[in-house]
Design a protein. Structure first.
Length: 273
């Protein structure tokens, strides 16, 4: 399956901190595991990506997963035409980033794990959890590939703290089990939150043991696809303080602040080496 889109650069998406199961295979070639499927993506040129799936699977999963119906070009162009010099540079530099529409429960657990961990450590921990509790599958249009699905809330709600600790979750073991129980028992309805407002989602998520404002906004943006969410991590704090003197006019970007946040995050990391 070939996709033509000038705002779809896999390397930028993989390096944007929003997904922990997207990995480089070789130059310009990446894999991702999502919704129980394995996909390989090859960047043919800046405007062309090859997906290792048939058209039916593309429309069933990947078209929505990569948010391909959303007009990112219009957002980039509006930022380039604006008066904010930093955002002009950030949008130009990260124009290939798209907000992935990830499976909500996976996003919830992944960002709970992400607290006080660097990205390589997060990836290692999540893969270990998938191998221990997920379903082993063989798939891939490019040849047989072994992979493991992300476990559901019923399975993780029954995990033991001791087993999770062995998988390098640290103090987050209790948070993982609590969140899984909340989803499995219906205390936290992620589908309903996705259909509601961003404010309602963040409020509900913060009510879960171990979920603070940053994690709640990450889940809202990357799992529930509330594009207006604006997670603030250490990199965004740097941007807000060093570039805007803690006076960023967030209200100017209502409805797509999460996309603006990704451009900021990606560009600031580049500037800081």
């Amino acid at each position: 399956m070939i996709i033509h889109n000038e705002n779809f650069i896999i390397e930028q998406i993989a390096d944007s901190g929003q997904c922990f199961r997207m990995n480089r295979i070789e130059q310009d070639k990446f894999s991702v595991i999502a919704y129980g499927r394995y996909l390989e993506l090859t960047q043919i040129d800046e405007k062309t990506v090859h997906l290792s799936c048939k058209e039916e699977e593309f429309h069933e999963i990947w078209e929505e997963y990569f948010d391909l119906a959303n007009n990112y070009k219009g957002i980039v162009d509006s930022l380039l035409d604006g008066e904010d010099d930093f955002l002009k540079k950030a949008a130009e530099y990260g124009r290939g980033i798209r907000i992935l529409k990830q499976e909500p429960f996976e996003a919830l657990i992944s960002f709970i794990i992400s607290q006080n961990k660097n990205i390589p450590a997060i990836k290692t921990c999540i893969e270990a959890i998938c191998k221990r509790y997920g379903e082993r599958k063989i798939g891939g249009e490019c040849g047989p590939v072994e992979y493991y699905t992300f476990p559901g809330p019923e399975i993780l709600s029954q995990a033991s703290k001791e087993d999770l600790r062995k998988l390098k979750t640290g103090y987050r073991d209790d948070y993982i089990i609590s969140a899984a129980k909340a989803v499995f028992q219906g205390e936290l309805n992620l589908k309903k939150l996705a259909e509601g407002t961003q404010e309602e989602a963040v409020k509900a998520l913060i009510g879960i043991h171990g979920v603070g404002n940053k994690v709640a906004n990450c889940v809202s943006l990357y799992g529930l696809h509330h594009i207006e969410a604006f997670p603030v991590d250490v990199w965004i704090k740097k941007v807000l303080k060093e570039i805007y003197n803690d006076n960023f006019a967030l209200e100017r970007y209502q409805g797509y602040a999460g996309i603006v946040q990704q451009y900021m995050f990606y560009y600031m990391r580049h500037l800081q080496g």
